[in-house]
Design a protein around this ligand. Sequence first.
Ligand SMILES: *Cc1c(COP(=O)(O)O)cnc(C)c1O
Length: 356
Amino acid sequence: MKVHNFNAGPSVLPNEVLYKASKALIDFEGSGMSILEIGHRTELFMNVLDEARSLVKELMQLEDDFEVLYLHGGASTQFMQVPMNLLENGETAAYVDTGVWSYKAMKEAKSFGYVDAVASSRESNYNHIPKQFIIPPQAKFLHITTNNTIYGTQWQKMPVTDLPLVADMSSDILSRQLDFNKFALIYAGVQKNMGAAGTTMVAVRKSALGKVTRKIPTILDYRVHIENGSMYNTPPVFAIYISMLTLRWLKEQGGAAAMERLNEKKAGMLYSEIDNNPLFRGTVAKEDRSRMNVCFIMDKPELEEEFLKFCKKEDIVGIKGHRSVGGFRASLYNALPYESVEVMVEAMKYFSLKKA
Ligand SMILES: *Cc1c(COP(=O)(O)O)cnc(C)c1O
């Protein structure tokens, strides 16, 4: 039995995926070669890439205008690549600042145009999602971070706007049902909900591209990657393979609808313990609580070290909170089994009785 892995990312993957990948590392599909040894333009790998891209489209139910790319450079590269491709010099983009990742995205956009931070919860250490804000109608797009991995907040309702909507969904992609067609561009580092570190998924509407006059370096131009079937240069072969296997698993489980039910159950159980256990307390506005990253602290901070040690003994790992929030953060991504949350809740109950 593996440990109960609550890591924030890279994070837990389905056992089936790891097992299949371990075999592919030695002999991929009976080719006599490892997945790491085959050419990226071979049929063997092309099939993997095609399947991964079409599974994304299918699971997100994307319209035909969308193209799915698997790129290098992490979500952090998208902070720069998005405005480079979508924002003309001298034009404005609107951003909602809901955490360090949004903030970093805004910072990068400033190199390409004007940034209008239409709302921010920075002053309150990002403990809620701003609700009242005015979106400038002349802005080229509105950027949001759908789930704030570090603070444990999540947009429950998407903002209503006529502007093209751009979202960093790194930490909640395919964890719930959403009308993904409401967006013009969605990006996600795949290492949280749909694979291993090393590649970033970008789903972009073709109709949103080609509207800026600046010269875009070839490797950063989405249109080049689209024309080349996400194979302009050597793609991150192994990371894409893991993502494909994870998406297959996701589909077998019942897709985003099934994940939403499971994730609601997991998060509901943990939040209910946090609210009912006198030792623990949530850190963010209840209505904005994330179903992916559950952040909480103890009323007696001097007990936190001891609780961490106790959890470690119970094979619960990865729950130390981010340094900017402190306390604990339990990440409940798609692949985290329900049983792991049960073990976590039992540990909280037991620890609390011991301290009573
Ligand atoms: C993890 C994370 C990132 C950073 O992703 P990298 O792939 O490390 O660049 C960006 N945004 C969000 C919401 C994240 O959770």
